[in-house]
Design a protein around this ligand. Structure first.
Ligand SMILES: CC(C)(COP(=O)(O)OP(=O)(O)OC[C@H]1O[C@@H](n2cnc3c(N)ncnc32)[C@H](O)[C@@H]1O)[C@@H](O)C(=O)NCCC(=O)NCCS
Ligand SMILES: Nc1ncnc2c1ncn2[C@@H]1O[C@H](COP(=O)(O)OP(=O)(O)OP(=O)(O)O)[C@@H](O)[C@H]1O
Length: 290
């Protein structure tokens, strides 16, 4: 196996593991997890697993296409075609159900950035490069009426595309520092990840929530997530009770934070990649890697 294949296989494995770790994390409010299907009639844990596994070749193809290439419009358009095909692969596996559309987008861009230079390990630098790729126009992008496009027009929020084009602020400025901080406090890995999800939910304008429940539901979710963290987080009894109340409110409104789940997967991907590349000797100093 040559270097390019090795990089592609490793990145695809890390991306799939990030998706599996996100969906297996339990108990998440509104989302599919090991206890229940959250606010979803058409999703199950098994379907999410099958969908995640089906995306391995898609992420590998994105990595191969991006290997040792600088960001450009050409690269953007090439990986967009692979990403769109990935959505079809996903829909074929799930019988038309959207399991991982947002995740293909966010992780696909981060995989592309990581393949462009196999020595890069700094999460913020990788997110910045992914943002650079996302900011190039894609001439072949269909003007589709999606849930996200309707909500973005109605509420003037950046959505999945904006989050990437802004260099993933909810991953780099919210999720990753929160995860790191929770670990330093000695909080268990499961609770640290749950708290990280809540931190993202407390700030993100998630178009999944806006689409189903409008601004009132989004505010309820943001405030509720904040309350869990202010009660001490999911490792405390008060925090767990607050999480149960939030989950109940979300189930009543039938809303689910799919965008926050995708960005948690992005956090877990960048975190695992940094560990993997640091072990192999890639040391990031600021924006320069030696
Ligand atoms: C940008 C995408 C997600 C479409 O965005 P749009 O807002 O129209 O989408 P839609 O409502 O169908 O899905 C958005 C999904 O993003 C996630 N999401 C929601 N809110 C957010 C947010 N604020 N930040 C990040 N992700 C979010 C959710 O999972 C949601 O389901 C994407 O499907 C796309 O354009 N793909 C084209 C292929 C491509 O360019 N790929 C590039 C590399 S893979
Ligand atoms: N554990 C999870 N549970 C549910 N959704 C998730 C999970 N992880 C990620 N997601 C993301 O959530 C999105 C699916 O959310 P949702 O079902 O609300 O979207 P939709 O099918 O576009 O809208 P709707 O179901 O409101 O018509 C996917 O794009 C996926 O990436």
């Amino acid at each position: 196996m040559d270097q390019k294949n090795m990089v592609a296989e490793t990145l695809a494995e890390l991306a799939v593991q990030a998706l599996l770790n996100e969906v297996n994390l339990t108990p998440k409010p509104g989302l599919v997890d090991q206890e229940n299907n959250g606010a979803h009639y058409d999703l199950t844990l098994q379907l999410m697993h099958r969908s995640a596994e089906s995306l391995r070749p898609v992420f590998a193809e994105i990595a191969e296409a991006s290997y040792e290439r600088v960001p450009s419009q050409e690269l953007r358009e090439e990986i967009a075609a692979i990403g769109r095909n990935g959505e079809q692969v996903m829909l074929g596996i799930t019988g038309g159900v959207n399991t991982h559309k947002g995740a293909i987008w966010s992780l696909g861009l981060l995989v592309s950035a990581a393949a462009s230079d196999a020595k890069l390990s700094d999460p913020e630098f990788l997110a910045e490069r992914a943002g650079t790729i996302a900011r190039f126009p894609d001439r072949y992008c269909a003007v589709a009426s999606t849930n996200g496009s309707k909500v973005k027009a109605a509420y003037q929020v950046p959505g999945a595309r904006g989050e990437a084009q802004l260099n993933f602020p909810h991953v780099c400025k919210v999720g990753l520092p929160f995860l790191q901080n929770a670990r330093e406090k000695g909080i268990s890995e499961t609770n640290a990840r749950l708290d990280t999800l809540l931190a993202i939910m407390s700030e993100l304008d998630d178009t999944c929530i806006l689409h189903r429940g409008g601004m009132e539901a989004l505010e309820t979710v943001k405030n509720g997530a904040n309350q869990v963290l202010e009660s001490g987080g999911t490792s405390t009894t008060a925090g767990r009770l607050s999480l149960m109340r939030l989950n109940q409110r979300m189930m009543e409104r039938f809303v689910s934070p799919g965008g926050s789940a995708d960005l948690l997967a992005a956090v877990l991907f960048l975190d695992a990649l940094q560990k993997e590349r640091s072990l192999k000797g890639g040391v990031a100093v600021g924006n320069v890697t030696f």
